[in-house]
Design a protein around this ligand. Structure first.
Ligand SMILES: Nc1ncnc2c1ncn2[C@@H]1O[C@H](COP(=O)(O)OP(=O)(O)OP(=O)(O)O)[C@@H](O)[C@H]1O
Ligand SMILES: [Mg+2]
Length: 222
């Protein structure tokens, strides 16, 4: 089964869960009279499942926008207006970039969403060349390039090979050309990204993303 069909299956499962949960809340059975609003708990569970299906790691499934500094949220909000602008979140280790990216993803209730770290993307691409691989390189790139909102986490973490730069270019260029929203997180500034993966990728990121610099201590350290 290829990556695209996996995404299709996830979407179908997502819709089924929604229907079932809406029924559970009395929303859509003909016998139950006029539909009622799903409860907060049902909405919370639906959002959590949507994030999990998109590939968000367990640690971040519970995040929500109330935990984000309102000024930072305001800088990112154009992403949620449905326009083509994405966000490039940069800042030091542990300052909350992935947390914020997931909080934003959680607010997007329409369209297909996907969360993938760049090192994970590279691993999957390398695996696609093995004998008997389930997905081809093209399937993986199509799945990243084609979803409505993509979070690319941890750009620039590893010193990229020529192959990694080429693959990254394909994803970023397609998203830029097709005006699809992308959230990118990185420990590096766009200038530093240019040094690591080249001007062509950095220029497209700068063209399609609003830069939001986060500050603060490492939140993992207690
Ligand atoms: N606004 C917040 N409120 C509560 N917890 C937060 C907030 N931001 C981050 N955290 C928590 O702090 C930890 C570190 O955050 P996160 O992983 O998002 O950092 P990061 O900037 O992505 O780090 P890295 O550069 O290493 O990827 C996580 O457990 C996260 O859930
Ligand atoms: Mg992170």
């Amino acid at each position: 089964m290829d990556v695209k069909s996996n995404q299709d299956l996830e979407n179908i499962r997502d819709n089924l869960v929604r229907l079932t949960e809406a029924r559970g809340s009395g929303k859509s059975t003909p016998e139950s009279g006029p539909p009622s609003e799903p409860t907060e708990e049902v909405v919370r569970r639906m959002k959590r499942r949507r994030l999990a299906n998109a590939g968000v790691p367990a640690r971040f499934l519970g995040v929500d926008r109330m935990s984000i500094d309102p000024l930072v949220w305001k800088r990112c909000e154009p992403l949620l207006d449905g326009g083509p602008d994405g966000v490039f979140l940069c800042g030091p280790v542990g300052c909350g970039k992935t947390h914020l990216a997931v909080a934003l993803l959680r607010e997007v209730v329409q369209g297909s969403i996907r969360f993938l770290s760049v090192p994970e993307l590279m691993l999957r691409l390398r695996e696609s060349f093995r004998d008997g691989a389930r997905s081809s390189e093209g399937d993986i790139i199509d799945a990243c390039a084609g979803c409505d909102l993509l979070v690319l986490d941890d750009l620039g973490v590893e010193k990229p090979s020529e192959f990694a730069v080429q693959s990254l270019y394909l994803v970023v260029d397609r998203r830029y050309s097709e005006m699809r929203r992308t959230v990118i997180t990185s420990n590096f500034t766009i200038g530093e990204i240019a040094e690591r993966v080249g001007d062509r990728i950095a220029s497209r990121i700068a063209g399609m993303c609003r830069v939001v610099e986060l500050q603060g201590e490492d939140r993992r350290v207690r």
